[in-house]
Design a protein around this ligand. Sequence first.
Ligand code: GDP
Ligand code: MG
Length: 617
Amino acid sequence: FPCDVIRNFSIIAHIDHGKSTLADRLLELTGTIQKKSTGTNQQVLDKLKVERERGITECDLSLIAQWTVKAQTASMIHVANGKPHLLNLIDTPGHVDFAWEVSRSLAACQGALLLVDATQGVQAQSISVFHIAKERGLTIIPVLNKIDLPASQPERIAAQLQSTFGINPLDILQISAKTGKGVEDVLRAIIERVPPPAGDTEKPLKAFLFDSLYDRYRGVISLVAIQDGVLRKGDKIASCHTRKKYEVTEVGVMHPEEVPTSSLQPGQVGFVACNMKESSEAHIGDTLHRLGVPVDPMPGFQPTKAMVYAGVFPVDSNDFIKLEESIKRLTLTDRSVTIQRESSTALGQGCRLGFLGTLHMDVFRQRLEDEYDASIIITAPTVPYKVVYKDRTVLVSNPTEFPDVTDTSSKVKEVQEPVVKASIIVPEEYLGEMMDLCFSHRAEDLDHRYLDAGTTTSARAILTCTIPLSEIVTDFFDQLKSRSSGYASFDYEDGGYKTSDLAKMVFLLNGKPVDALAIIVHRSAQQNIGRLWVKKLHKVIPRQLFEVPIQAAVGKKIIARETLSAMRADVTAGLYGGHYERKMKHLENQKESKRRMKRIGSVDLPQEAFFDILSTK
Ligand code: GDP
Ligand code: MG
């Protein structure tokens, strides 16, 4: 296949607008897959509870959860104008947590289908992915889907595309991915409108790594788009960014499963198996070249950047090794999780994990719970803060390492926190509610405009603001959904760092701080959060033989306090009847739980108490 008959494209869409369905139709129409063979994705993913809890479809998760299923990148052959064309569909993850990866996978394409549900119209993710594609200079083919539905309003949504993206309504295709109507036109448009990739067989090998998979038998498999040169089995190659060397054991195309070929030519998209051991070696955005023949790497490489961190501890501290093994097994297939060991006086030995975002964290947590069959304690999520000193800036992603900024001798000049530029699309009647939600989460620069005037249904508004990342890592998404009756769509992009009035809040039991519970709080929220957590602790911590003060403190200042009253010395005294057996059972229970007790100062705390504290919202 010479370059001029190759087209590299992806489908960009908001969740549920029909990306997977359209991909299936394209693969069927080109004879790449048999009708109705949907693969194992669905079954594997049906198990993920997160999907229901977060209101995300199983299909979107298939894009997010590249670690459990193979990405949908696939090559197909379609004959047009009497010539067979090679069409490479490149998969992009659909969620904001993976914005960086979306941008990377789009870098392997020359065109994108912007798929919009004709009943729903433009949604938050339609906009964010559109901008990424536009920035990369891709040809965009606008496609309205689900026109078979009586509720579809193709004219109205076409007008939205025109006003939002400046798209000419005449360029818009109208299809039903479900019935297959108009899907032929999509193939034709790809061939006619998307420019072929450029590439030179004679130039030194330059392969752009845009995705990777993990295969239990062959290890890491990288997906590459060949920019120049030819890649063959047996070639010795190296990475521009890690400088590691590899020998190619297999190359081929995804058709739709791996099909080995003798070589990959310029413009082609395919897989490379080499002796990479861990997924973390396959850096998305990396450039591979022939050993000893260096090339200029593709621009814009960034190592994976964790934005949400949390500690993970076994409820039974004897299980640490087992937990760590489970985590390691899972990260074999998920290159974007970072791990470090962490130890806490309250929770013992554990791991500190870094995630791309909260959805990523939730998916991983659930996979971990399935993989590791005992209970785990996950500490409250934290974002990476910048602590600025006179002569240096330190990135802090663990509250226990956060300095006491109220102490003037700490020499901290200021603290900065990551912020995001958020956009929310809602029917206008929810606009006020959404503004309240944003304000209560420290949003700034609030602005809004209308996407359309609204005719039979209410007008859609888009609300934009700058909001601290820490404010959206906890319950923001859930509140957004419930306070908009599920109508709001939400997306965000990196907004850099902003100076903020933050301090560390610690919780004291009988005057001793509990490290695992330290959190970073904005001044405006100190009172509320302090009181809330102290109450929660009071409820969960079992009574001791003596009175225990429970306090929240910022620096030396006590923000909130509750007192846990003492219990009587004889644990069995409270049991009426005084049956011998009952007494024995109680003493035995006590012995059993002693093993899991943590002593903080002089206070005995069952490990489960932490579980209760940290798992209640
Ligand atoms: P994705 O999240 O973008 O991958 O969306 P899916 O392909 O999973 O589709 C989401 C839902 O919309 C599924 O229930 C599909 O069956 C349905 N769907 C997709 N395309 C069409 C269409 O053209 N017409 C109708 N009526 N339903 C569709
Ligand atoms: Mg899907």
